[in-house]
Design a protein. Structure first.
Length: 55
């Protein structure tokens, strides 16, 4: 599925500063489920430095 769509250019390879792993996982009913690992992306995002006060 992936190779066929890659050849048709429906799927393309990207090179970005924030890389993340994209995996298609086979489910029990033989359909594919998309899994994206955002751990590396989360590491470069600026965290919220200000705490919210209790209102």
């Amino acid at each position: 599925y992936i190779n066929k769509n890659f050849k048709k250019k429906f799927i393309r390879e990207l090179t970005l500063e924030a890389e993340y792993i994209i995996i298609f996982i086979s489910k029990k009913n033989r359909s594919l489920q998309l899994y994206i690992d955002f751990k590396k992306l989360n590491n470069i995002i600026i965290k919220n430095k200000y705490l919210l006060l209790n209102i």
